[in-house]
Structure formats: structure tokens, C-alpha cells
Design a protein around this ligand. Sequence first.
Ligand code: ADP
Ligand code: MG
Length: 256
Amino acid sequence: MATVDLDEIRKTFGGSEVLKGVSLQIADGEFLSLVGPSGCGKSTLLRILAGLETQTSGRVCIGGACVDGRRAADRDLAMVFQSYALYPHLTVAGNIAVPLTMRRLSVAQRLPLVGRFLPGARARRAAIAQTVHETAEILEIRHLLARKPGQLSGGQRQRVALGRALVREPAAFLLDEPLSNLDAKMRVHMRAEIAQLNRRLGATFVYVTHDQAEAMTMSDRIAVMMEGEILQVGAPAELYDHPAELRVAQFIGSPA
Ligand code: ADP
Ligand code: MG
């Protein structure tokens, strides 16, 4: 169960309130896009949900449990950023495996010389390799596993970053403008891939973008945010046909 429940989230940076009491409920398995102009607070809200930033007030619940005070690593979420942040010295396979090796091996098992001879270490490594291969299969990057990030295109790098999130099998994926560094053609292609991933995995997706067209094509529901507030939440057609106010209509591009 990966429902996400944000309750009256406020955030103040140096005296200015960038989130003004944001409440949002996201259903298990839902693809929700958070859209709005640059600077309206989307990333801040996502970072608070991820546990990378602490809200000034309000509550965050994931799967029905209040997670305030829980570290990012203990929230069962995976975040994918606009900058892919891959390790340049690791292969694609190594990059995808990072969360697995961090989580499932003890410190001793991670030491190359000691770990090799510990009981169970070989079986664990085989299981990790298996997971990496299956993940690469889903993302159609199996042929790239031995390459380094420097040898990949932007779209391929973004898939690797998604792969690294996938292997964690999180209850929810948080994506912050993950396609904005890609060219237009790859962006359209990756949109479809990500939406498909959501259906295939049945995991909850929270997708931040300033591109309303992107949100309109991918989402179950869209939350329109402006100046630290959510103006309206609804299915794409609902927002288009029945915008709650002029600012929503203007942002979504509804006819006046
Ligand atoms: P968005 O992702 O919608 O573009 P952000 O959440 O990044 O917006 O930023 C919202 C507002 O909060 C902006 O005015 C930004 O300058 C400010 N802000 C974000 N992070 C910080 C920070 N760490 N310190 C001070 N101000 C910040
Ligand atoms: Mg942002």
C-alpha cells in the first residue's frame, strides 16, 4: 500500500513561505503529476515527501503511516532527478546495482577481499546480477550493461537512473523533471515508457514537471500548483473542461 498523504504542508525559507499549507492525497498505484510554473514549490514539496527536506509544519504519511522524522532511506521511496547523478567510474550494471549492494550486503561483505570468502556472499552477488539483468530487460538497456555513463546518450542515461530506482522496488517513485535534459523526440518516447512502467509495476508515481503537455498525456490526475498552493487536482480532461479558475485554465491551455 503506497498511498501518499500530504497534510497542510508549510515550508518557510528565510522568512518567505514557499509552501502555504499544501494538502494532497495520492492513491495506491496512481500516476499523479504535480505541475506549475518554475519556482512555485514543486521540488520543495517532493523533497519534503522524500525526506530530503523538513517541512516547517504539516504531516507526511506514506502507506497510512506517518513518516515525519524518518530518514529518506527509511521511507520506501525512490527519487529520480533531472540530473541523472550516475557514477562515472561504474558500468551501467554497477550503477543499477548500487542500491542493492548498499542495502543487502553487510559492511564486511562489501569489502572486496573479505567479502568474497564470506558464506552467502556469492549467492547474494548472483541474486543482484539477476535483478540487474531483469531490470535492464524492462528498460531495454541489456546491451548497455558493460558501458560507462560517458558512453551513453541522454535517454540511455535516464533509463539507467530509472533502473537504479526500480531495483529498490519502492512503494512509490518520485520523479522531478526527469526528462527536461532530453531532446524533444526522446522526451516524447520516454513519456510513454514511464507511463507504461507505472502500469506494469502498479507502483505509485509522483511526477513533477513544468510541462503541462507532458502531464496531460501521462497522468491519472494532475495537481496544478502556483505560488506555493495547489489550485486544483483532477483528471486531465476534468482540468481542461472544468478549470476551477482562470490561472488553471491559462496553465493547462483550456479555451477561454
Ligand atoms: P519549483 O520546483 O516549482 O521550480 P522550488 O521548490 O525549487 O520550485 O522552489 C520554490 C521556491 O523556494 C523558490 O522561490 C526557490 O527559490 C525557493 N527555495 C527552494 N529551495 C530553497 C532553499 N534551499 N533555500 C532558500 N530558498 C529555496
Ligand atoms: Mg523544481
